[in-house]
Design a protein around this ligand. Structure first.
Ligand SMILES: [Zn+2]
Length: 854
């Protein structure tokens, strides 16, 4: 199924055009008669005109619906079907609207609205999927209570809220909390539950369930514990309690997103909830814990207080990402979580902010809202909240949040409402801070220093490069956390937050005995690019001495980048002083293993390309790849004598436990193993593969072997062992492409698209293959253009099946202007080929047009 869209530019929606809906929706009653190809949906909705309702005609959204009948107060009426919905004449007083429609869930491969996944009925309504279920004012500021009756022969039939009755072939649900239609959910199928329970702080017992396909019951225990921890944490930290008698989570194999926070009935991509030591890695466990928390936290930040319109998406997403990051920091390690988040921000959000798809956290226009579920809205949206908290302080932050929940519970809100609670709680003027929500682009902050007579001066100059539609930018409020170290490594000034508000600004520190070494942007206190002339020896000093763990890592990371940039540009040998510093740190058993693993993880090749681009060079992907290989090989040789001892010392004995300590040790152990494999011909990795009793170690061994081109037998064995497990098979597909050499990457990916287990209909599998292709930097950007061609072909094929996933994966091309003219021409040709496809979806059309027009 496809959104019927001509190749002409579709309609654009603007924030400035917002108008409230003219009617209150008092109540919604839905009856579903389930049938794979012909589900009937009967709706009974009570509308009451608002005082300012313009006329006696209203519009309801609806797409891909067959209208069977429509009635007002029991009398049949004629509705006019128009583009995107229907219009109807209505009374000026309260009335009952009834409609019956037929839909085809089995044919719905777009996975939006009501669809089927492996014989199970499932919904996804955010952002605008409810209009594919029935005619309705499908906008987040229309909130109502829902009563749902499901008729069918499925053993389990679920909807939002609390169950109110069930019998042979039917089930009824009622959700007492008014909600927008995007939070509606229905699930029906042959499911089994992993039960649990939670008692809230006010003593209410809540029944918890994770529903899965028979056979997956053994993979729910970790998710259930994560849910209980999340419920407890939100009570302890934010004072927020759960508000229904029941909380259900359902795992679904075919799902466009990670998970969805439908009221009382969260629906999860099975990859984001199912976990067992045998099938999941440490990274999977951490992600599952975070996503379960994220969706649960939405119950307040998203559901009880929702968004007025989709331009405000970051109101719920930025805040909820920020809250789930706080949760993970509390459950695991705060510095490690911060470092991981900054790595992800630089890998996903910075390229978006610096390219043709740049948009502010609150965009002001869109054609297809599904294209704005972006790293900018989510991750930068969370960074903006982190800055706000840093500026007002912890106490004021929670004071403002309490006011937010008190003032806006049950409402659909805007960024203005959000900032107003901070202004009212703290008396602070946030008009300049608000620019973070309206300006796109990553600010650059240039730092210079001066020292004379015991006074040290730091001068900051901020600027933001032009982004589409925004040539000029005003200075923003930037919280800059700074500490000073003496030359012997003591901290002479603890962390202090300097507030940058002007284009150029200086700050002085008096009474210093000697010129200090500054530690700037501690904890990554603002999402900016810091530009400062410094030396590798100063970076090495900070790597050894900084008291801020983030900046210690950052110093090492900057060093790693400088060394690689020099290797790429000048053909330099890997810097000996840096290799020595790395060796010292890796061998220092006093240091946290997770931290050592992070320092040992090389900056991504895409990150090096971005750095070169920012400095005015044209990145050569093959040269970046070669430098990376040379560096790692040299490091392995330098560490040669220590590697066997380090490997033994970091091997975790005893039964596998997916906790932060074990995960940190295993992360370091895996890095050591990959270095060792370069020297021992794969002996140790083969032993580890053969004896591993958990996926983290099995996968690490397989990856090390495949990278060294010594893993053929293990890859076969892995396939034999796991071919019936869809999630493990996703790893197998992705790993082969991730480990391929640049010249064989596209061919490897192409071969895998012909594998019997490859499917266009399963977004996880498609992403495993095409995401791995786009993620193999040197392979995707190989001079032959084969990578570009293969991705474009597959996106064109996927578009008619699943426009949302197609459009999102198009972003793989967003950095195209970084590269040389030949590569640019190759990519441009592929983008034009996609755009010329007849019947291209609105989603993909918008993404490709934006990339081409920049
Ligand atoms: Zn979310």
């Amino acid at each position: 199924m496809n959104d019927a869209a001509p190749n002409a530019a579709p309609q654009t929606f603007y924030l400035k055009d917002y108008k409230p809906f003219g009617y209150e929706v008092e109540s919604v009653k839905l009856t579903f008669q389930l049938s794979p190809n012909a589900t009937k949906v009967h709706s009974a909705i009570r509308f009451t005109p608002k005082a300012d309702a313009e006329d006696n005609r209203f519009f309801l959204h609806g797409e891909q619906l067959s209208l069977i009948s429509a009635k007002i107060d029991g009398t049949p009426v004629t509705a006019r079907l128009v583009d995107g919905g229907l219009e109807c004449d209505v009374p000026r007083t309260s009335f009952l609207w009834e409609a019956e429609v037929e839909i085809d869930p089995a044919a719905n491969t777009a996975l939006e609205g009501l669809y089927m996944s492996n014989g199970m009925y499932c919904t996804q309504c955010e952002a605008e999927g409810f209009r594919k279920i029935t005619y309705y004012p499908d906008r987040p500021d229309v909130m109502s209570t829902f009563t749902v009756r499901i008729e069918g022969d499925e053993p389990v039939m679920l909807s939002n809220g609390n169950p109110t009755g069930a019998g042979e072939g039917w089930a009824e649900w009622h959700d007492p909390w008014p909600k927008p239609a995007y939070l509606f959910a229905l699930v029906a199928g042959d499911l089994v539950n992993h039960p649990g329970s939670f008692t809230t702080k006010s003593g209410k017992d809540v029944e918890l369930n994770i529903w899965v396909r028979p056979g997956d019951e053994g993979k729910c225990a970790f998710g259930m514990e994560a849910l209980k921890k999340s419920m407890k944490w939100d009570e302890d930290v934010y004072g927020l309690e759960y508000d229904l008698d029941l909380f259900n989570i359902v795992a679904v194999d075919d799902f466009n997103m990670g998970a969805m926070e439908n009221k009382g009935l969260n629906i999860f991509n099975s990859s984001c909830v199912l976990a067992s030591p045998e099938t999941s890695t440490d990274a999977n466990f951490e992600r599952i814990e975070a996503i379960i928390a994220h969706e649960y936290f939405h119950n307040w930040t998203g559901n009880r207080i929702t968004c007025r319109d989709w331009f405000q998406l970051c109101l719920k997403e930025g805040l909820t990402v920020f809250r789930d990051a706080q949760f993970t920091a509390d459950m695991r390690s705060e510095p490690v979580k911060r470092i991981e988040d900054v790595i992800a921000l630089r890998a996903r959000q910075f390229p978006e902010d610096g390219g043709p798809l740049a948009h502010p956290p609150r965009p002001e226009e869109f054609q297809e809202i599904n294209n704005f579920y972006t790293a900018t809205v989510y991750e930068k949206g969370a960074e903006v909240i982190g800055m706000l908290k840093r500026l007002v302080g912890d106490d004021n932050y929670y004071k403002a949040l309490n006011l937010y929940f008190e003032r806006h519970d049950g409402q659909a809100c805007t960024i203005e409402d959000w900032l107003k609670v901070f202004e009212d709680a703290t008396g602070r003027d946030l008009s300049q801070f608000k620019l973070w929500y309206s300006q796109a682009g990553t600010p650059r902050v240039k730092v210079t220093e001066d020292y004379a007579d015991g006074t040290y001066t730091l001068t900051f100059e901020q600027s933001t490069p032009p982004t589409p539609g925004q040539p000029e930018k005003a200075p923003r409020v930037i919280p800059m956390a700074v500490g000073l170290l003496s030359p012997n490594g003591d901290e002479v000034r603890g962390t202090q937050v300097l507030e940058l508000t002007e284009a150029k600004q200086s700050f002085t520190f008096d009474g210093l005995a000697s010129k200090p070494v500054p530690s700037i942007l501690r904890e990554f206190s603002a999402p900016v690019i810091l530009e400062r002339e410094t030396t590798n020896s100063e970076r090495a000093f900070l790597l050894a001495h900084d008291t801020d763990p983030f900046n210690r890592w950052e110093a090492g990371n900057a060093l790693a980048k400088e060394v690689r940039v020099a290797m790429v540009l000048d053909g330099a040998a890997p810097d000996a002083a840096y290799l020595d510093a790395l060796e010292k740190l890796v061998r220092d058993d006093e240091q946290d293993p997770a931290f050592r693993a992070l320092v040992l993880s090389p900056p991504s090749q895409s990150d090096i390309a971005q750095t070169l681009h920012e400095r005015g060079h044209t990145p050569d992907p093959q040269k970046i790849y070669d430098a990376s290989e040379t560096f790692t090989q040299t490091l392995a040789q330098q560490l040669e004598t220590s590697l066997p001892r380090l490997y033994a010392a970091t091997t975790v004995e005893g039964p596998y436990v997916p906790d932060a300590d074990g995960a940190g040790k295993r992360a370091l152990n895996s890095r050591i193993l990959s270095l060792l494999t370069r020297l021992d011909g794969g002996e140790q990795a083969a032993r580890q593969y053969a004896s591993a009793d958990n996926m983290t170690q099995q996968y690490a061994a397989l990856a090390a072997l495949m990278k060294a081109e010594k893993g053929e037998a293990q890859s076969k064995a892995f396939f034999e062992q796991w071919q019936d497990d869809r999630l493990v098979m996703d790893k197998w597909f992705a790993l082969q492409i991730a480990c391929a050499a640049p010249e064989t990457t596209a061919a490897t990916a192409k071969e895998l698209t012909q594998h019997p287990l490859f499917s266009m209909k399963n977004p996880n599998r498609f992403r495993a293959v095409m995401g791995a292709l786009a993620g193999n930097h040197a392979g995707f950007h190989h001079a032959s253009g084969a990578g570009y061609q293969l991705l474009a072909e597959n996106l064109i094929a996927l578009d008619s099946v699943n426009p949302q996933t197609t459009a999102r994966m198009c972003a793989a091309f967003q950095t195209w202007k970084r590269y040389d003219s030949k590569r640019q021409a190759q990519i441009q040709a592929e983008l034009e080929r996609i755009l010329a496809t007849s019947g291209l979806s609105r989603d993909t059309h918008e993404m490709v047009s934006r990339m081409l027009s920049a």
